[in-house]
Design a protein around this ligand. Structure first.
Ligand SMILES: [Zn+2]
Length: 328
């Protein structure tokens, strides 16, 4: 069952959580600590490699492209200079990659064009938002994992204590400072994303930008240092729309590494009726009954988040089923 195909309870009571997407790879977190592990995997002859360059992956006909890791490692370095190699894990099950295939990620330091350095000429570079709606579950999971870890490497090249360039260890999952030996681990920024439900059962959605814009979504914000998730829910909803939350419940999460977020989905209740957008992050806020929301989407009056995001799952959890999109 996919993340978006869940069946919410018919009575709309928020007493279940969003379905859990199973992991697609075994990350081998103990295995990858062994010195030389990544070199061994690449030279084993059984590893496949995906390539990420400037946040884009190589795609052929709505599938991620995977090359033979060993020859690709050589040809990419010859064409694009030094590359960052990261172990992503062993596939657990998929239709296009056999199970237990080791997958590595190559991130060239210079952009490489399809058709050279062992990259197929029929492939094209694509960003996650552009292509994710058409990718299978395995490709989606690998694209997300590859984006998360490569974004961290791209922005954490130096030791935060002393400024010395750090070195990659643990098959790409640790950076160590050669001067003070400090170890640095990949970072994830927690953010809460919330459906706010009134005492009459209506849902509050909001949007930013121009007052006549059509897009509406759940409210969201980053968790601050020293704050619990629940406190972040209460603070963000208060700040963004002036609504006092009376209770909240965790429903599920989604990795959203663009660049580094982990979205933690909640539903919150309130007795307040009047929403007062802050005019900065949120310029428009509106209550919807289930009938009103479906009608507004189908008539084209508003648009809501796509099925790529947990926002849509949260909205449909409240709705109690699938919200039909306007067919363009
Ligand atoms: Zn240092």
């Amino acid at each position: 069952m996919s993340f978006t195909e869940f069946q919410a309870p018919a009575n709309h009571l928020i007493d279940t959580v969003l379905p859990v997407r199973p992991a697609m790879v075994d990350r081998g977190s103990a295995e990858r600590l062994k010195p030389g592990m990544l070199d061994g995997v690449i030279s084993s002859g059984s590893a496949k490699a995906m390539v990420l360059s400037e946040r884009q992956a190589l795609v052929v006909e709505d599938k991620l492209w995977f090359g033979e890791a060993a020859p690709l490692f050589e040809s990419l370095q010859a064409a694009g200079g030094p590359l960052t190699a990261i172990y992503l894990g062993r596939t657990l099950a998929d239709s296009s990659l056999s199970a237990q295939t080791p997958i590595v990620l190559f991130v060239p330091s210079e952009p490489v064009s399809p058709g050279v350095a062992g990259l197929p000429s029929g492939a094209s570079w694509a960003g996650f938002r552009e292509v994710a709606g058409r990718l299978g579950a395995m490709d989606t999971a690998l694209f997300v994992e590859a984006s998360a870890i490569s974004n961290w490497h791209a922005t954490h090249t130096h030791c935060p204590k002393c400024g010395t360039p750090t070195e990659i260890e643990a098959a790409g999952w640790v950076r160590r400072c050669p001067r003070d030996q400090s170890e640095h681990y990949p970072r994830t920024d927690p953010a809460i994303i919330v459906t706010v439900v009134g005492s009459d059962g209506r849902l509050l959605l909001g949007g930013g930008g121009p007052l006549d814009a059509k897009n509406y979504s759940t409210l969201a914000g980053f968790v601050e240092p020293g704050e619990s998730l629940e406190q972040a829910v209460v603070r963000e909803i208060g700040e963004e729309v002036g609504i006092r939350v009376t209770a909240c419940q965790y429903l599920g999460s989604q990795s959203w590494p663009f660049p580094a977020s982990l979205m933690l989905g909640f539903t919150a209740t309130t007795d307040d009726v009047e929403a007062r957008p802050d005019g900065v992050e949120v310029t428009r806020a509106r209550w919807f009954s289930r009938e009103e929301l479906q009608e507004a989407v189908l008539s084209g009056e508003i648009t809501i988040s796509t099925r790529l995001s947990i926002a849509r799952s949260l909205i449909e959890h409240w709705y109690g089923g699938v919200i039909e999109d306007l067919q363009q």
